[in-house]
Design a protein around this ligand. Structure first.
Ligand code: GUN
Length: 284
């Protein structure tokens, strides 16, 4: 069997085109959505991610304001900037790229972003809304995972979904969103016993671990959908996910590749959240 390759490029392009349409509608009402992006330090991966977010904003028709701060920026200086962006009416979304330098308390920074401008959906207020099935921002990567599944034509309701990984930003919120869509969800992690047997029962596997070749063909049921959230480098420095892609493709029904899968979706869903923020702040 040869699995369908889930096309994150095509799906993310569609979502960005939808966001562009909505941005144009807002512009006709005199509203130009605006995202402020804050990057502290010179982490190479973060610089690439931030550049991709700026590019997507330009494509969709969202103004992006970039704030690049030096590595030795104090926590207080960062909190002061966030406070300014929170009260700046021309800014709809505030995103502080993670990870932050070790001397800055990440939790304090997340709490400082106004929940109404929290387009990452990292603030505990927005996490609470998600966990109680209330309307609000959706966390970008988890929402991207769901769009990959549903826009590829796969049903979620009633399916057994196994999420591997329990991180605050990916594993847990992905499990919560799948549950909200009526899946039966199992969350696995580093202390899980019988991981292979549990995965083998899954209709849908989402791997968000960050470990090369974590998901092997013998863990996958014939015809299952496998979504790879991993971002790893192999021994040649090549970008790879958690899934042993070629081998799993022989068993699975569909697999999302890395690159070309979830990563692109994170940025597309961020665009969607920026539009949502602009609408909410303008009473639309
Ligand atoms: N670092 C890695 N992914 C993300 C993300 O989605 N948002 C932010 N703010 N930082 C990140």
């Amino acid at each position: 069997m040869k699995a369908k390759r889930i096309d994150g490029k095509a799906i993310s392009d569609t979502i960005k085109a939808e966001a562009q349409q909505q941005a144009q509608n807002l512009q006709r009402q005199g509203i130009v959505p605006c995202l402020a992006v804050v990057l502290v330090g010179e982490d190479a991966a973060s610089q690439i991610y931030v550049r991709n977010k700026e590019k997507a904003c330009a494509l969709v028709g969202i103004t992006s304001k970039m704030y690049t701060l030096p590595q030795d920026t104090t926590e207080q200086a960062l909190l002061t900037l966030i406070a300014q962006l929170n009260t700046d009416n021309s800014v709809n979304g505030v995103l502080v790229q993670l990870p932050l330098p070790a001397h800055i308390n990440e939790e304090k920074v997340i709490l400082a972003v106004s929940p109404q401008k929290d387009v990452d959906c990292f603030h505990p207020y927005n996490v609470g809304l998600l966990h109680t099935d209330k309307k609000g921002f959706l966390p970008c990567t988890p929402a991207g995972v769901l769009e990959l599944i549903t826009r590829s034509g796969y049903e979620i309701a009633g399916k057994h979904c196994v999420v591997i990984g329990r991180s605050h930003n990916v594993g847990k919120p992905t499990a919560m969103l799948l549950l909200q869509h009526d899946a039966t969800v199992t969350i696995c992690h580093s202390k899980t016993k019988n991981l292979k047997e549990i995965c083998k029962q899954a209709d849908i596997i989402v791997s968000a671990v960050g470990k090369l070749h974590m998901v092997t063909a013998d863990m996958v049921k014939a015809g299952a959908v496998v979504i790879d959230v991993g971002m790893n480098r192999d021994e040649h420095g090549k970008l790879c996910g958690d899934v042993d892609f070629d081998a799993v493709c022989e068993v699975a029904g569909a697999v999302s590749p890395v690159p070309g899968g979830v990563g692109l979706m994170t940025v597309a869903m961020l665009m969607q959240n920026c539009i949502t923020a602009a609408k909410l702040q303008n009473g639309i």
